[in-house]
Write a protein that binds this ligand. Sequence first.
Ligand code: ADP
Length: 450
Amino acid sequence: MYNSNHSIASNLMLTVVIALLIGFVIGHPGWTLAFALIIWALIQIKQFNRLQQWLLRHERHEVPEATGHWGELFDELSREKKRQQGRSQSLRSVISRFQQSSSALSDAIVIIDNQNNLEWWNKAADRLLGLKVQTDRGRSVMNLLRDPRFIRYYRKQNYDDPLQLPSPISNDVILEYRLTQFGVGDRILIARDITRLKQLEQTRQDFVANASHELRTPLTVIRGYLETFLDQELPRPLQRGLNQMATQSKRMENLVSDLLLLSRLEASPHISDELPVPIQSMLCRIKDDAKVLGKEKDQTITLDIDPTHLLLGQEAEIYSAFSNLIFNAVRYTQPGGEIEIRWWTDRKGAHFSVKDNGPGIDSIHLPRLSERFYRIDESRSSDTGGTGLGLAIVKHVLLRHGGKLAIKSTPGLGSKFSCHFPMELVAATSRLEEKPSSTDDQEADTTERT
Ligand code: ADP
């Protein structure tokens, strides 16, 4: 930083003192002082002009030479200029290293400014997204990636989950887009080619779907024969064996139908149609079934429904998700336990929750609970006759509806499973759409307790 020992003030003082001394010697102190001040001012103006000219032609010219305080100022400017050159040199080399390394990446990287225009991209973006330096720099990203699903994702501003879409230049190439915000409204878009992964995933899904489908017919035949045999008068040991075979074949049938349902849900990431789902009457029906399922447990099941809004989606899938959660609560909660079912809406969207005061789940299991066949403890699950696919089905149904599953649980106190749906899928209930069945009329009206 410039710190002059010869400040302008002391220089001026010196000039004044010398001029007065000379003035007194020659007998004209006033004139001598005036003359000296004019000379002093002219020198300052000249140096100031040199500084101004150098500042205007900064890059090309050396800093001017001078003595005194102007000399110190020019030296300091010269040193600052060298420091700046060093800094910009290292910045240039960082940028060029970044560009080289990002060019070597197989993922497309695109930098988008706060006006949604393309600012910079790497070579992979040319190949995967079809961007062209000559024509596309400065154009809006939404003019180049025009798929409405991408535009919705881009505008959503919530980029927690990636988006999978065919590449804009070939439907055979599947890309996974990830957006990250930085600076003030700038974004980095990363697109990854996941075609191979998708093909492998598809092969796995096809295998599970085909195997489940093929298992269905032999299982139906076996169950048919077992039921016929069980209708006969048979010796007790034979009867016991056949009963066990019938129970196990029923379990296998449930497993096969859950596997088939899961394959269907996995086949596409979004629902095709958004139709009004009469949540109120649906929950009343599930509650009646839950009472039958837990008839020996004497549990209290309460329903708390906000009747003003319903959901837009696929009724059969929503039924499957909600019933899985409610039946789980019945199956895992001890006799005499309490189960609360809620449906409500707020500014964020629509929400469904099932809360029980059952055995609860240790937090280490929660992140993996919705994986297929993940079980906390084998004995607990085999007693209840579950397939191990219930929560995986719930998760996929919610994904297809743009929703999320949240699980809170405390061992020994109980669990709460909540489904959150986005605002786009919420609609005000019209009388035609939400007509509760006659038996449910009283229950379904508002908050209901049994
Ligand atoms: P399952 O067919 O075994 O019930 P799910 O996928 O529905 O499979 O559930 C996975 C596991 O989560 C269950 O095995 C069970 O241990 C646990 N679980 C699910 N719901 C509850 C609940 N309400 N209370 C306690 N544990 C639960």
